[in-house]
Ligand binder design. Structure first.
Ligand code: PGA
Length: 296
């Protein structure tokens, strides 16, 4: 189904406000993909109004954002086709060569995003800031940090999924916060189990990845983090939003990050309503974007 989501009065908006913490907003509607598309487009409109420039965005892979990607690529009203700047969130390390996986490998996230998003939107390779492939992972991280510093002083809208163990990108549970630039991450057992289905017939599940650190969030390089979650993430989302933030649940960092929007399914919203003191607000296509308080 492809509609202009701005015509839909059905998106509901809720706020989760706590003393001394930034407010987190939840958005939900009858169609998960269209709800995400509506909030995403509003977010880019604000960038255009505030900065008069082409937005830079970061897209995740995984099952959860696929409905959003289908709506985005089918949306004839989307005005940033061909011009959007994109940044890669993470990429596998090839378990055989121990180099960053080739962009032609079917397991590659760069390849997956190129096929499902960049090519349908006709985003030219020069507009894509990706991890270098076929190089030592540490070298790829250094190159990524240099490229980000040079090309993208900010990532306007950064989309994230949440892993079954609370990982964000491939920042896995740890005893310390990982906030200093892109780094090589050892994948947790739960992550490897959850993603094995996509990799097994193509040469095996990687044990390591290169990923952007949480510094993108804590240093406000990502100005508007948009988290997409379905009801299968209810438990880990609640663990992430309650109690004190801990690197043992990386997504709990979101409690301390301003301007977080969470796009949730109707089923997940029902669970959140019973478990968290969230309050409904009026949804207005531009109103909620006032909360994306940009600081220069
Ligand atoms: P999923 O993955 O969307 O396939 O559940 C999310 C993640 O692991 O970050």
């Amino acid at each position: 189904m492809t509609n202009d989501p701005y015509q839909s009065p059905m998106i509901e908006q809720f706020r989760y406000a706590r003393r001394d913490k930034p407010t987190i907003r939840f958005f939900s509607g009858p169609d998960f993909g269209l709800t995400a598309l509506g909030v995403f487009k509003d977010s880019l409109d604000i960038v255009e109004q505030e900065f008069h420039c082409t937005p830079t965005v970061m897209f995740p892979t995984g099952g959860t954002p696929q409905a959003f990607y289908r709506e985005l690529t089918a949306d004839s009203h989307f005005k940033w086709r061909c011009t959007l700047n994109v940044v890669q969130l993470d990429e596998y390390v090839d378990p055989e060569t121990e180099l960053v996986i080739s962009k032609t490998d079917p397991r590659s996230y760069a390849d997956e995003l190129a096929r499902t998003v960049y090519e349908p939107l006709r985003i030219a390779p020069r507009l894509r800031t990706t991890f270098r492939d076929n190089v030592d992972p540490k070298e790829a991280c250094v190159s990524m940090n240099i490229a980000l510093a040079k090309n993208c002083r900010r990532i306007d809208t950064g989309l994230y999924g949440i892993g079954p163990n609370g990982h964000l990108g491939f920042v896995e549970p740890s005893y310390k916060w990982m906030t200093e630039g892109a780094f090589v991450s050892k994948l947790a057992k739960e992550t490897r189990e959850a993603n094995a289905q996509y990799c097994e017939e193509h040469g095996g599940m990687p044990t390591h990845a290169v990923t952007q650190s949480l510094g993108l969030l804590t240093k406000r390089i990502v100005r508007h983090p948009m988290v997409l979650a379905k009801e299968n993430k209810a438990d880990i989302l609640l663990r992430s939003l309650r109690g004190k933030p801990t690197p043992r649940v990386p997504a709990s960092i979101l409690q301390d990050v301003p301007n977080v929007s969470m796009i949730v399914t109707a089923e997940l919203l029902e669970i959140l309503k019973t478990e968290l003191p969230i309050k409904q607000e009026a949804y207005n296509r531009m109103e909620h974007t006032r909360h994306f308080a940009y600081i220069h």
